[in-house]
Design a protein around this ligand. Structure first.
Ligand code: NAG
Ligand code: NAG
Ligand code: NAG
Ligand code: NAG
Ligand code: NAG
Ligand code: NAG
Ligand code: NAG
Ligand code: NAG
Ligand code: NAG
Ligand code: NAG
Length: 499
């Protein structure tokens, strides 16, 4: 009887909701989500089904952090964050969302945010909101919001050459990561797998389109793309789906898992260069949660990216020690959650949870990290253990990747020498144009250089001259990276938004 009453009481948690020890409250979160259902690669669209799933996922987190259910009613949740708008209205700065400018990823992020912040009429009844949005005009008429009160949630979309791009897509434009992946296909394990599965893959010849998958492509080296084709078409294409039974699909998926895990986990070197994407995202988890901790907001950080980064994160966080399940493909829309908790004595903690997709029965479950046995880590523990396997700045990423991508130019030694030379009054443009001779350096320039180092400086100027010419011709790759020179880390919150 008592338990029945408890169930009916308004404070009862929704079925399947995660609970939190009373001594903690949730003060912020960092969520990393996978994109949702798309067509086979190369895919430019999120499907309608994928959009629905993402929206449902956003609604799930709305319930968790706002305590508002999909009917807009208040509901109990141990993770309600004080400070978020109580009506579930989007206030700039409360939620920070970052993704790369790839269509499927961007649309996934947008649909999730539509679930997190559904259309709201709060603006019609709340004085503060009426005021801020000036919906009452001087002539006395009030204006109703378009699209049922659609909420414009800010998204910080990163282009490939943006300074913040590496957080989510640390594997892109990263030669060190590409090389490490290539090296894996020379390993004994790969060769053994490639030969032992060869007959199986060849047997798929009649079950796959021969144009896309000619026989020479049917091997373990293409495990991921074969799986992608079958996984996607099993959802979307009746004709193909009818050719495949579940045991076949399972076998193809399991082999793909082995292939992807192989380039995510190195038992002898956790920091293998093929995990640079995961290292970067883990850096973001510290960097952005720290901002939340120090500034008090944004309360919700939500990043959207890809499965390969997730496999790498599982490896770096040693989640394979908790369960073999973490060596498998995370479901569409899967979410990794780092909740920032605070206890009664204002100490901070982090709890990691994972939700393997966006379906109703995909539960959000807390797991211990780094081979530990508690799901709650003290803040200091979280920071030190994560930073040991993380990349925490663009400069570090550029160095670890040996990247020549545009955003790394600022860290090259030649670039720094060029900046110094310009500070000394040397006009590099003129130098590059060839109408500027060293014996015509301004007095300030020549004097600033100092007689004792003149020869060295001439050598540097020679290099600068060539580099400048290269930069001007634009299509040539940029400059060598130097790790000695330090440059201020740019404010992670700044601009780069294209939407
Ligand atoms: C939500 O609230 C409305 C009234 O505001 C009520 O009619 C409805 O039954 C509630 N839904 C649930 C699931 O409690
Ligand atoms: C009205 O909206 C403001 C801003 O979002 C919020 O701080 C306030 O709590 C709201 N008031 C009510 C009564 O919900
Ligand atoms: C009030 O001003 C708005 C905007 O200029 C206009 O659309 C509306 O018709 C006006 N209402 C009245 C009652 O004049
Ligand atoms: C895998 O084996 C096939 C057949 O022997 C071969 O053609 C292919 O090059 C191998 N893949 C890699 C990446 O070595
Ligand atoms: C599933 O499909 C594979 C490949 O076509 C076939 O070899 C196998 O017998 C099928 N299994 C069942 C249980 O039908
Ligand atoms: C958190 O931010 C503060 C203020 O910027 C800084 O002093 C501190 O080093 C940061 N901590 C971490 C772990 O990044
Ligand atoms: C692993 O997945 C299986 C099947 O979904 C599930 O029964 C099991 O509880 C999972 N293990 C862990 C540790 O999550
Ligand atoms: C997530 O689900 C996939 C199957 O869809 C499974 O292979 C994988 O092991 C699951 N991961 C976890 C951590 O449960
Ligand atoms: C769990 O962690 C605590 C603290 O690190 C340690 O003392 C204890 O031995 C651990 N227990 C197990 C079963 O690993
Ligand atoms: C990883 O990348 C760095 C930087 O590009 C490189 O110096 C290092 O040799 C690479 N490590 C391995 C094991 O290849």
């Amino acid at each position: 009887m008592l338990s029945l009453l408890l169930l009916l009481a308004p404070s009862a948690l929704a079925v399947g909701a995660q609970s939190l020890d009373d001594k903690y409250s949730c003060v912020g979160t960092f969520i990393f989500g996978r994109h949702n259902d798309r067509v086979a690669k190369p895919a430019k669209y999120l499907t309608t089904y994928g959009a629905r799933q993402q929206e449902a996922s956003g609604a799930f987190y709305r319930q968790r952090y706002f305590g508002i259910d999909s009917d807009g009613n208040k509901t109990a949740s141990d993770f309600v964050i004080n400070g978020l708008d109580p009506q579930g209205y989007f206030v700039y700065g409360d939620t920070y969302a970052q993704c790369s400018g790839d269509t499927v990823i961007e649309y996934s992020q947008m649909s999730f945010l539509q679930g997190l912040y559904p259309p709201s009429t709060a603006v019609d009844s709340n004085e503060t909101l009426i005021e801020t949005q000036d919906s009452e005009l001087s002539n006395g008429s009030s204006v109703v919001a378009p699209l049922g009160g659609y909420q414009y949630v800010f998204m910080d979309v990163q282009q490939e050459t943006s300074d913040n791009y590496f957080w989510i897509k640390g594997d892109v434009n990263c030669p060190a990561s590409d090389d490490a992946i290539d090296a894996w296909s020379d390993s004994d394990y790969f060769k053994e797998m490639n030969s032992s599965t060869y007959d199986f893959y060849q047997s798929l010849a009649d079950l796959l389109p021969s144009k896309k998958f000619p026989k020479w492509k049917l091997n373990f080296g293409n495990a991921m793309s074969i799986n992608d084709f079958m996984f996607v078409n099993n959802i979307h294409d009746e004709e193909w789906a009818s050719k495949w039974n579940s045991s076949l699909l399972f076998q193809v998926a399991t082999l793909a898992d082995a292939a992807q895990w192989g380039i995510s986990y190195d038992s002898t070197n956790k920091l293998n260069n093929f995990t640079i994407g995961g290292q970067s995202l883990l850096g973001a988890s510290v960097e952005y949660l720290n901002t939340t901790k120090v500034e008090g907001s944004p309360y919700i950080n939500y990043f959207t990216g890809s499965y390969n980064t997730m496999y790498q994160i599982f490896a770096l966080l040693e989640l394979n020690k908790v369960s073999d399940n973490f060596t498998g493909m995370p479901g569409y829309g899967a979410t990794l959650v780092w909740d920032l908790l605070k206890d009664n004595s204002d100490e901070y903690y982090v709890q990691f949870s994972f939700k393997n997709g966006t379906k109703e029965n995909d539960e959000l479950v807390a797991y211990p990290l780094f081979g530990g046995n508690s799901t709650v880590l003290s803040w200091d523990d979280f920071v030190s253990k994560t930073e040991a396997v993380a990349i925490t700045s663009l400069k570090e990423w550029c160095g670890k990747c040996s990247s020549t991508s545009d955003q790394c130019t600022q860290f090259s030694s030649t670039y720094e020498e060029a900046s110094k030379a310009e500070d000394k009054g040397i006009n590099l443009k003129k130098l590059a144009n060839g109408d500027y001779h060293l014996n015509k350096l301004t007095n300030a320039g020549a004097g600033g250089i100092g007689a004792g180092v003149t020869i060295g400086v001439f050598l540097i100027l020679g290099a600068v001259f060539l580099a400048w010419k290269k930069l001007r011709s634009k299509n040539t790759p940029i400059l060598p990276i130097s790790r000695e020179h330090s440059i201020e880390h740019k404010d992670a919150g700044s601009s780069d938004a294209t939407i």
